[in-house]
Design a protein around this ligand. Structure first.
Ligand code: NDP
Length: 285
């Protein structure tokens, strides 16, 4: 029950109606008996600076930042975490004594999903990322920060992949950008321990679609993750699984970015099983 002592946090995005975060965080607060509430705020881009100022003015604990504000919010913050700085985008703001600190838990959430899902440790491995949008950038930079050996970024629009490869190179990790090209990809695939599908292809309502990745590109034992989480079991993951790969759903990344945000705001251990149950329940319901 909300009362005069309730601590408020929330989500700034445009739109916000699709978000799983209010359900996930409010269930988590309730589960561990915290008098906190998480609210969605639909913030038009022209009102972003006022909305961010309100986080501090209203003494909120913090907010999540989602599309289209993840990059635009940077100038309004006092400090950035190493990951947020390297990625150039923020999905969590923590408010402490008038200071707004920007974090990015998307990439770290992805790495945790690999560890928790299939016990995969990214250190010294080779990875291929399909796509070069915001999600691909967070994943690529975090993989570099966590000690991946080599990265190949494949994208329809080559300059976007080159941009990410440059960021990764700047962190001292070998990265290569490629356009979709069967011949050039062949030798790289044999080296790849991890394949990340980071385009929006296959997402609801076009769940029947799959990225143009022939079945014989998958290898038994390889770890394959699709960042698309609706549906949970995408056509791409089904094909990977049939070929003997170990698969990880994008719902894992969604869950762990939330777990990390919860812990940054509350300094309490997140009730992971509760958060997992509610988001899987919402997908199935
Ligand atoms: P962006 O719009 O920033 O990027 C979309 C990417 O998909 C680009 O690389 C784009 O290529 C590619 N793409 C789209 N349509 C096609 C097509 N027809 N053929 C080839 N390539 C295509 O999106 P995001 O990076 O923010 O999100 C990507 C996906 O990841 C979404 O499905 C999103 O829901 C999911 N996601 C999941 C998260 C999670 O927690 N699991 C977190 C964030 C995102 P191009 O550059 O050529 O346009």
């Amino acid at each position: 029950m909300v009362n005069a002592s309730t601590t408020v946090c929330g989500l700034l995005g445009y739109p916000v109606e699709h978000s799983f975060s209010p359900l996930m965080h409010n269930s988590a607060f309730q589960a561990i008996g915290l008098n906190w509430v998480y609210l969605p705020f639909k913030v038009h881009p022209q009102n972003l600076s006022q909305a961010v100022k309100a986080v501090s003015a209203l003494n909120m604990a913090g907010v999540n930042i989602t599309v289209p504000h993840k990059e635009a919010v940077l100038p309004y913050l006092h400090r950035l975490s190493t990951a947020a700085q390297a990625i150039g985008a923020v999905n969590v703001i923590v408010h402490k004594e008038g200071q707004l600190i920007g974090h990015n838990t998307d990439g770290e959430g992805f790495v945790m999903a690999l560890q928790q899902g299939v016990g995969f440790n990214v250190h010294d491995k080779n990875a291929v990322i399909l796509g070069a949008g915001g999600a691909a950038r967070a994943v690529a930079v975090q993989l570099a920060l966590e000690g991946i050996k080599g990265l190949v970024i494949v994208n329809r629009t080559l300059p976007r992949a080159q941009d990410i490869a440059q960021k990764v190179n700047n962190l001292g990790v070998k990265a290569q950008a490629l356009a979709w090209d069967e011949q050039a990809l062949r030798p790289i695939l044999d080296e790849a321990h991890l394949v990340v599908q980071a385009t929006s292809i296959g997402m609801h309502p076009q769940a029947h679609r799959s990225v143009a990745w022939p079945d014989n590109y998958f290898r038994a034992g390889q770890v394959v993750c699709d960042l698309v989480y609706n549906p949970v079991d995408t056509v791409f993951l089904q094909r990977a699984s049939k070929a003997g790969a170990r698969t990880v759903s994008g719902l894992g990344m969604l869950l762990y970015q939330g777990v990390l945000a919860f812990e940054l705001w509350t300094n309490r251990q997140a009730p992971v099983e509760v958060m997992k149950r509610v988001i899987y329940g919402r997908m199935e319901g």
